[in-house]
Design a protein around this ligand. Structure first.
Ligand code: DAH
Length: 346
């Protein structure tokens, strides 16, 4: 019996074919109800008790090998037939790029902003989205009772009982990255920090609880307000076009002194007045100023030796102006019809 099984085992092993008919014959001969293998299982009754274990094991191997051979050959034959017989497949046809996908407009604009600043020596810095009070507020010269720390604006992670100076929150601006960079690097420092920020605001066409900013910081000997103006003028012309004019209005931020907001001549009407600029000819694009000496000192930078400039802009705002998008929510809905309009942009 053992010899018989081993003989068939060899036959199964040696068998090969590329025709489905031959394969079917193989199945009938070995595996069908009246085939050789079931017949051997029938004979198994006659095997002496002491040989059963060994014979049973090779008999099982035979059955498994035959089944495996059948499956394997079937797969090979159908695959080969499919590709060789099907004349509809034209392997020389170019690939169909009907749905190539697009970059998100915020990614496009973030990249453009970083590119423009990298051309004048700024490198990219990043920081965490979950921040402590020190990096988001205290080191930036926010008084402890400043309204920006209020529950209304900030998403706190630590509970109500945590003392204000130990609180953990989602960062409300990328200015927190300034602090992290100043703590870990010595001047000269020249960075732009892009990232997501969070504020506890109701979602509308003009506001969202998540948005994106790019922060800029330059610290060295003798950095002046003239450097600030020239840097941002260069940025505005590079980004919005060479005819863009800028103006600075006095403003207030705890971390800069003096502080300003920068407007550009309306990129839609060129300054003559339209709906976008509310007929003023100007649109606000960013906040900026000279780094307050208190901020430098908080980060162990000698404010008698160094001065710095800083600026911060909202990526959504700039994208809306550039592409005339009038509803902030469009950036977060991922409606294919909206995103498709940016096809091909890098
Ligand atoms: N952090 C400010 C904000 O979120 C933006 C800003 C204003 C950043 C002035 C600056 C700056 O660096 O100098 O509204």
């Amino acid at each position: 019996m053992k010899d018989k099984i081993e003989k068939i085992l060899k036959e199964v092993e040696d068998f090969s074919t590329d025709s489905l008919e031959k394969l079917e014959e193989f199945r009938i001969e070995y595996l069908s109800k009246k085939g050789k293998i079931p017949a051997l299982f029938g004979d198994f009754k006659t095997v002496a008790a002491e040989e059963r274990k060994e014979v049973g094991s090779i008999l099982n191997t035979l059955k498994n090998n035959a089944q495996h051979k059948l499956n394997e050959l079937k797969q090979i034959i159908t695959l080969t037939n499919h590709t060789t017989d099907n004349e509809d497949i034209d392997l020389t046809r170019p690939v169909d790029f009907r749905n190539p996908g697009t970059r998100h407009p915020l990614s496009i604009v973030r990249r453009q902003i970083l590119d423009i600043f990298s051309r004048i020596g700024y490198t990219v810095a990043e920081g965490p989205e979950i921040e402590n009070d020190w990096h988001n507020f205290s080191a930036l010269n926010f008084p402890e009772e400043h309204p920006a720390r209020d529950m209304q604006d900030t998403f706190f992670i630590s509970d109500d009982k945590t003392p204000s100076l130990e609180k953990i929150a989602l960062r409300t601006h990328t200015s927190s990255v300034q602090v992290r960079v100043m703590e870990s690097q010595k001047p000269p420092i020249r960075i732009v920090a892009p990232g997501r920020v969070f504020r506890n605001e109701a979602i509308s066409a003009r506001a969202h609880c998540i948005f994106h900013q790019v922060e800029g910081l330059y610290i060295d000997h003798n950095v002046s307000f003239a450097d600030l103006k020239q840097t941002l003028y260069y940025f505005a012309r590079e980004f919005f076009g060479e005819h863009t004019r800028v103006r600075f209005r006095p403003s207030y931020f705890p971390f800069t002194e003096p502080s300003a907001e920068m407007d550009i001549s309306c990129n839609i009407c060129g300054g003559s007045g339209c709906k976008i600029c509310k007929y003023s000819g100007w649109v606000e694009i960013l906040g900026c100023g000279m780094v307050d000496p208190n901020v430098l000192e908080s980060c162990n930078i000698d404010s008698k030796e160094f001065t710095g400039l800083a600026f911060g802009m909202g990526i959504e705002r700039i994208t809306m102006l550039k592409y005339q998008i009038d509803d902030l929510r469009l950036f977060f809905e991922n409606d294919i019809r909206f995103l498709k309009q940016f096809e091909g942009a890098l």
